[in-house]
Design a binder for this molecule. Structure first.
Ligand SMILES: Nc1nc2c(c(=O)[nH]1)N[C@H]1C(S)=C(S)[C@@H](COP(=O)(O)OP(=O)(O)OC[C@H]3O[C@@H](n4cnc5c(=O)[nH]c(N)nc54)[C@H](O)[C@@H]3O)O[C@H]1N2
Ligand SMILES: Nc1nc2c(c(=O)[nH]1)N[C@H]1C(S)=C(S)[C@@H](COP(=O)(O)OP(=O)(O)OC[C@H]3O[C@@H](n4cnc5c(=O)[nH]c(N)nc54)[C@H](O)[C@@H]3O)O[C@H]1N2
Ligand SMILES: [Mo]
Length: 696
């Protein structure tokens, strides 16, 4: 239902159109403001809001097809109950009441024994604060279910930032346009942060130098002045060598270091152990590239670093972010609004998490925590004193773990357990939904209320529903409300409407009327947040040496930690594989949208010509990519985008839409990062060979 009159645009050309202001729900730094044109209750098109400066009237190819996704003929529009064996994907329609009654009865029975045997599994299918954990967290807190550690994306980098800068904070993205040197580090901006790329191009036109640091020669690397194609997982070595040269050439801002940093002497000593020659060896790049970058970074003002999460999906990801996050303070880059670093801006937002998620509903209980990355192994564990109860029920929403979690062979085995009770709230019959006992049809962003923070800019966005829910779809919040009622949870918070939840998310910190009126509100923040220090650390300083980490027995200083799986460490699997996003998919979302899948074609593995010819592989050939964890078939693409020794398996295909029923995560491992207990998707050795029976 549309509770508020939407914004109407009249005019002779479009007299009956209604335009509804919304927000893109996807897991992307850009968090675009949307305008949905609705006619007779049907959403005709979705466009970028030209009034929102970060969106600037433009959308990515994926989200401009949002109506194709919402009205997709395969959208799940009624509750479904499993009729075949687990994983067979066979379901029959069932009424909402019957489905909810049966789910509630099953959860009640399990909870009577131990509610920790129930696990929510969710991530960022929608980034909306309401439809993600708004009502869900209340429900699971009240139930006393196991906690889920939601670390599958950004946890190592987050810890790296928090231990150095104090929070997930950084430059205001708009000022990148004024920088004279932009280092795009571990980020394929054109694919995954398009609106940032527009700012980088503006800076380029105004004379800025663009440097891209990425093992893959991405679309973004192609368009930068310089591409540093280092080995995966060697970024800390590079950062330390840059510091080495900043020190030996005295390209330092001594005053900034003295006033606004902590642990300089110790960091100096560490960095001096990393002459460029040593780092060049580790990174597999020419010494000159390091010394040139150090000179540029030490002598150009303002210099800005756009870090992204691509570089922290390796064992030492947390330390790599720590090392890089030290750089701006060394040269005093933070003094200028167009200098400094941005990995995530999300720590700037005054989200009222306790009011929204209500951890008080735990009433003193302290459920165990399960890490979402190790779901494969954890689903296969029996009860034990160390682990707690066996996982008996899984409620999945906003995530597709069978496709996106590492070591999918294990994940699938877990989801195939006949004694596991699985409920999946979804738009589509994903690989995960195939393994459900019940699939519940969820609304899309066009059909529900939500409010959004961003990790790539500093505006809050409101999403109003543009159309009524399709078919029998219900919002995540509505489904959790209904389950709460059936479990007898009568706290008034379970009756909060979605609009109330939208208001709760930021409380009085953001003017809700502004959100209602214009669809977005800008946080009041200084242009150059750390020009005079004032970092959100306990000391207010940028923390080079972190005493808290040292007290935990960890390294107080950032260092290079080699990958778990370093090339050369295995004769069987000599190639390092990374699996960055494909441009026209968003993680595993949109893979089933035909017009987008047609652009991507088939799952590909990019290889360097030397690695291909050594294996008798040609472009277009079907190859088997494998290691001890499993195998994956895809099309080889002999490509300049791959550096020698590294293969790029672009993600994340639905298993069932790939060539042989698996995807790249069949090969990735469940190891966790140095900090933050994050994933190591890009720390993975493989071998490649022509597939035994080439298809086409
Ligand atoms: N089109 C599209 N946009 C997306 C996504 C998507 O799937 N598709 N995903 C979204 C999500 S979930 C996130 S978290 C964000 C951020 O998304 P990220 O997944 O961080 O995506 P990218 O910005 O593409 O950064 C990945 C880049 O890091 C590179 N890389 C891999 N290993 C290393 C390494 O060891 N060192 C360095 N320096 N680089 C490395 C990869 O080659 C790739 O070009 O973007 C979001 N935007
Ligand atoms: N090999 C490899 N694996 C990776 C990565 C990689 O780079 N390489 N990237 C990792 C990263 S960065 C991330 S963030 C994770 C992402 O993993 P996920 O967060 O699981 O992301 P998606 O694959 O997009 O799946 C989201 C699902 O949520 C559903 N959804 C969307 N909106 C709603 C809603 O309102 N209600 C309900 N009920 N469902 C909704 C969508 O239909 C979709 O199926 O994957 C990780 N996996
Ligand atoms: Mo992510």
């Amino acid at each position: 239902m549309i509770d508020n009159p939407p914004h109407r645009v009249g005019g002779p050309t479009n007299p009956v159109d209604t335009v509804v202001r919304g927000a893109c729900p996807h897991d992307c730094p850009d968090t675009c403001a949307l305008l949905t044109t609705v006619e007779n209750g049907v959403a005709l098109r979705v466009q970028g809001n030209p009034d929102h400066r970060h969106t600037d009237g433009a959308l990515c190819t994926k989200v401009s097809r949002y109506t194709e996704r919402s009205y997709h003929p395969e959208r799940i529009l009624q509750p479904l109950r499993r009729t075949g064996p687990k994983g067979s994907g066979q379901f029959a329609p069932v009424g909402w009441d019957e489905a909810l009654d049966q789910i509630a009865a099953r959860l009640k029975a399990i909870a009577a024994r131990d509610p920790q045997a129930i696990l929510p599994y969710s991530y960022a299918g929608t980034m909306g604060l309401v439809q993600s954990e708004g009502m869900a967290a209340r429900f699971f807190h009240r139930l006393g279910a196991s906690h889920l550690e939601r670390t599958i994306c950004a946890a190592a980098g987050a810890e790296g930032l928090i231990t150095t800068l104090g929070a997930k904070v950084g430059m205001k993205v708009e000022f990148f346009a004024e920088a004279k040197l932009i280092v795009i580090w571990g980020s394929n901006s054109i694919a995954s942060n398009l609106h940032f790329w527009r700012l980088a191009q503006q800076a380029k036109r105004d004379g800025a130098r663009l440097v891209c640091i990425d093992p893959r020669r991405s679309e973004t690397a192609d368009k930068c002045h310089e591409h540093i194609a280092l080995r995966p997982g060697t970024d800390a070595a590079l950062a330390l060598a840059l510091m080495h040269d900043l020190i030996t050439h005295d390209w330092l801002d001594h005053d900034y270091i003295a006033q606004h940093t902590l642990g300089w002497d110790a960091l100096r000593e560490r960095a001096l152990q990393w002459p460029p020659e040593r780092a060049a060896e580790v990174c597999g790049i020419p010494v000159q590239q390091i010394t040139d970058l150090a000179r540029a970074y030490g002598t150009t003002r303002p210099a800005a670093i756009r870090l992204n999460y691509g570089m922290q999906r390796v064992r030492g990801g947390g330390n790599a972010v720590r090392a890089i996050a030290c750089l701006p303070a060394l040269v005093g880059a933070w003094r200028h609004r167009a200098g400094g670093l941005l990995l995530s801006a999300s720590g700037h937002f005054p989200i009222q998490r306790a009011t929204l998620h209500r951890p008080d509903l735990l009433a003193g209980r302290q459920p165990r925590t399960i890490n979402m990355i190790t779901i494969g192994d954890d689903l296969l564990r029996d009860s034990s004193p160390a682990f707690g109860p066996k996982i008996e029920a899984l409620i999945v929403y906003n995530s597709n773990p069978v496709a996106v979690a590492p070591e999918s062979g294990q994940v699938v085995k877990g989801f195939e357990r006949e004694d596991l009770f699985t409920v999946v709230l979804e738009h589509f019959q994903t690989d995960t939904a195939d393994h459900a006992d019940y699939i519940l049809p969820a609304t899309t962003q066009l059909e529900h209320w939500d409010v959004h923070a961003s990790y790539g800019h500093t505006d809050v966005l409101l999403n109003r529903p543009a159309i009524e829910p399709l078919g029998q779809a219900r919002s995540n919040t509505d489904i959790f409300r209904a389950l709460a009622a059936r479990l007898g949870f009568d706290d008034p918070c379970f009756s909060d409407s979605d609009e109330t939840l939208c208001r709760t998310a930021f409380g009085d910190e953001v003017d809700f009327q502004t959100l209602l009126d214009q669809g977005f509100a800008t946080l009041p923040l200084p242009d150059a947040p750390f020009a005079q220090g004032g970092f959100p650390t306990p000391s207010g300083r940028c923390t080079f040496f972190n005493a808290g980490l040292a007290a935990m027995g960890l390294d107080g200083l950032p260092d290079h930690l080699p990958n778990f799986e370093t090339p050369g460490s295995s004769e069987l699997y000599p190639l390092a594989m990374i699996s960055p996003p494909a441009r026209n998919f968003l993680n595993s979302s949109f893979v089933n949208v035909k017009s987008l899948r047609d652009i991507e074609g088939e799952p590909v593995l990019e290889l360097h010509a030397d690695d291909a010819s050594a294996r008798g592989i040609q472009s277009g050939q079907v190859v088997r990519v494998f290691n001890d964890r499993g195998e994956y078939l895809c099309k080889a693409e002999v490509s300049k985008r791959a550096r020698p020794g590294v293969v790029n398996g672009l993600g994340i295909w639905w298993r069932k839409l790939g060539l042989a029923g698996t995807n790249v995560n069949q090969l990735t491992s469940q190891h966790l990062t140095d900090l933050g207990r994050g994933p190591v998707f890009y720390d993975c050795l493989v071998e490649v060979e022509p597939a035994a029976s080439p298809t086409t």
